[in-house]
Design a protein around this ligand. Structure first.
Ligand SMILES: C=C(O[C@@H]1C=C(C(=O)O)C=C[C@H]1O)C(=O)O
Length: 368
């Protein structure tokens, strides 16, 4: 029998939700990662971060180790820049992400940022993957520019072998014959990957298109294709950007982008956690939670026929006080863990359990 891969739905049928403090990615939780391509100066990074946070981003990007095509291009601030990222994350109370290229930088970076990015050029740098796999920090793995889905997923497997489940995949466009856009965005990879993996998948429209005018429509398409997030390059003044100026959004275009994607996020029932909410947004989230609660209660009640089948065959009484007592102890423990009232939880479960008993009795009587 072939080995079950950690990334596969076979290994884990439910969607993985990567958690970074109050930010969640995966399932219904959508990530908006934004910020400069490369951190040029404290001012440029902090100002841009404040703008994108205010507009609705929940994770700040910004590279300090930068893989540039030309050795003469600005290479980033290096390890010094990591301190800036840590300070920004603490000051703005926001999650941060930065790229690592050298296995020797993994540890120190993991101590300064919330998510480590492994870039397209390093997707198959197996020494880097192995070193990153030793850390339990969430890792965003970009697709190599000519990587197949299998090659990409096997690179994710390298990251997961030591037990790290917090892996996010990122489609950033692949190399094709077409030079109209910087790369060719492979949107169909999102629904395809969703069938094969439980890991969240986000899209990087900035690198996929290389053209700021294409970012809003492509972002909308990514959300409609069930992506779990977008990563957008924003610069407080793209005209003076040291890297990727043409694909960086100026602040006003980022604010407009957020406005444009809102209705699509609503249609797809996606939620951006860790951002401030108005009353309408709070109520939208309450509605989703209520739907989930009802779905879960229905799941529990729908177990009644299976209970009855077993109990009637084996002449087991409906009421099982010992089992109920065990459950009550568990509810108490869980209520404390989640810091909610144990009395409230007991009351809710008293109703549900009474209903379970009553449904079993009704069904048994009607079967007589
Ligand atoms: C579901 C069962 O039947 C009854 C209802 C219970 C419940 O709703 O959890 C628990 C014990 C029984 O009194 C069971 O036996 O597990």
């Amino acid at each position: 029998m072939s080995k079950v891969m950690h990334f596969s739905r076979e290994f884990k049928p439910t969607n993985t939700i990567v958690k970074i403090n109050n930010v969640k990615i995966g399932g219904k939780f959508f990530a908006i990662i934004a910020g400069p391509c490369v951190i040029e100066s404290p001012e440029q990074y902090i100002e841009t971060a404040k703008i994108v946070k205010e507009a609705g981003a929940n994770i700040i990007r910004g590279s300090v180790f930068k893989p540039r095509t030309s050795p003469y291009s600005f290479q980033g601030l290096g390890r010094e820049g990591l301190k800036l990222i840590k300070e920004l994350g603490e000051d703005l109370k926001i999650a941060t992400i930065t790229e690592v290229m050298d296995p020797r930088d993994i540890k120190i970076t993991a101590n300064h940022v919330d998510i480590i990015q492994i870039g397209a050029r390093n997707m198959q740098n197996y020494d880097l993957l192995k070193e990153a796999s030793k850390s339990d920090v969430p890792i965003l793995l970009k697709r190599g520019m000519s990587a197949t889905i299998d090659e990409w997923l096997y690179s994710a497997e390298y990251l997961m072998v030591e037990g790290n489940e917090n892996i996010i995949l990122c489609e950033r466009g692949i190399r094709t014959f077409s030079t109209t856009t910087r790369n060719t965005l492979d949107l169909s990879v999102i629904p395809l990957l969703k069938m094969r993996t439980h890991l969240p998948i986000i899209v990087d429209p900035s690198h996929a298109t290389g053209n700021r005018d294409l970012i809003a429509p492509v972002s909308k398409a990514a959300i409609a294709s069930n992506a779990d997030g977008i990563m957008i390059e924003v610069h407080y003044n793209p005209d003076i950007a040291k890297c990727d100026g043409a694909q960086s959004l100026p602040p006003e275009m980022f604010i407009e982008l957020i406005e444009q994607i809102k209705p699509i996020l609503e249609i797809e029932k996606k939620v951006v956690t860790g951002t401030s909410m108005n009353l309408e947004e709070v109520r939208r989230r309450i509605n989703y939670v209520d739907e989930d609660i009802i779905d879960l209660i229905a799941n529990r009640l729908h177990l009644v026929p299976a209970l009855i089948e077993f109990k009637s065959k084996n002449s087991i009484p409906v009421y099982q006080p010992e089992r109920e007592q065990q459950l009550r102890e568990k509810y108490e423990h869980l209520a404390k863990k989640y810091n909610i009232s144990p009395e409230l939880i007991q009351k809710i479960f008293n109703l549900i359990i009474a209903e379970m008993r009553s449904l079993q009795k009704q069904k048994m009587n009607s079967d007589d």
